[in-house]
Ligand binder design. Structure first.
Ligand SMILES: O=C(O)CCC(=O)C(=O)O
Ligand SMILES: [Mn+2]
Length: 229
């Protein structure tokens, strides 16, 4: 059973999605600017930061070669192991802690953002990424979920909070031409269908571009996935 995570003092996050523009970048890949209203962004950021500050919170993954990723991470629902590229129940590549459950309100939010882009998602995992000013994420495919999920084109839903990121989405090889999308606070990005396996990454963070009053510096990103269990 999924349980709510985070201090009980936090208000339950009731997201009334703003009527958002849905900008098609490729068939199956869409940018939804400001899908979250400012107060919804603040509540979501508070929930993410509370999770990250708790036990089994933020850590910096080390990849296969031993290098450190340029982002702090927490996985909810299942843990993504940066060395094996597999999902697992505990953080065996870091501290062995049991992964935290995916809060029901976050899963529900992701499903509704997917629906706003005309897709269906019942996520079992959320990866929280916390980027500092020098954070980035290299070009990659999200392909570690179950083959049937990938084959069906079940989307990834990404939500961004805080500083704007220069996000790129390309094709099905590293060399394919890329489109730059600036993901600002409150933006959604959904890629599924024929775009599910497109290469993508975060080139840089634009420090100081996030809204004031969120109570954190840098950028939070949540990516929701189905098929990790
Ligand atoms: O931070 C982002 O916008 C993208 C994150 C991402 O691609 C991932 O976590 O796999
Ligand atoms: Mn990704």
């Amino acid at each position: 059973m999924r349980r709510q995570v985070g201090p009980s003092a936090l208000p339950a996050l009731k997201i009334a999605l703003m009527p958002a523009a849905c900008i098609e970048i490729h068939p199956g890949a869409a940018h939804l600017p400001e899908v979250l209203a400012p107060e919804e962004q603040r509540a979501l950021a508070a929930q993410c930061l509370a999770i990250g500050a708790g036990p089994a919170g933020w850590y910096v993954p080390r990849v296969r070669g031993g290098g450190r990723m340029r982002v702090r991470m927490v996985c909810l629902g299942r843990h993504w192991n940066a060395r094996t590229y597999r999902y697992e129940a505990s953080r065996s590549d870091h501290d062995g802690r049991t992964v935290l459950p995916l809060p029901a309100n976050l899963a529900d939010l992701a499903s509704r953002v997917a629906a706003a882009a005309g897709m269906r998602l019942a996520p079992d995992v959320c990866i929280l990424n916390y980027y500092q000013a020098d954070g980035r994420m290299g070009l990659h495919q999200d392909k570690d979920e179950r083959p049937e999920t990938l084959d069906a084109g079940v989307p990834i839903v990404s939500l961004s909070l805080g500083d704007t990121a220069k996000f790129v989405i390309g094709g099905f090889t590293r060399q394919a031409p890329k489109t730059l999308v600036r993901l600002a606070s409150g933006d959604g990005f959904v890629f599924g269908g024929r775009s599910r396996l497109r290469y993508h990454g975060v080139v840089s963070i634009l420090p100081g571009t996030g809204p004031s009053g969120h109570g954190f510096a840098g950028r939070l990103n949540l990516t929701f996935r189905q098929g990790a269990a």
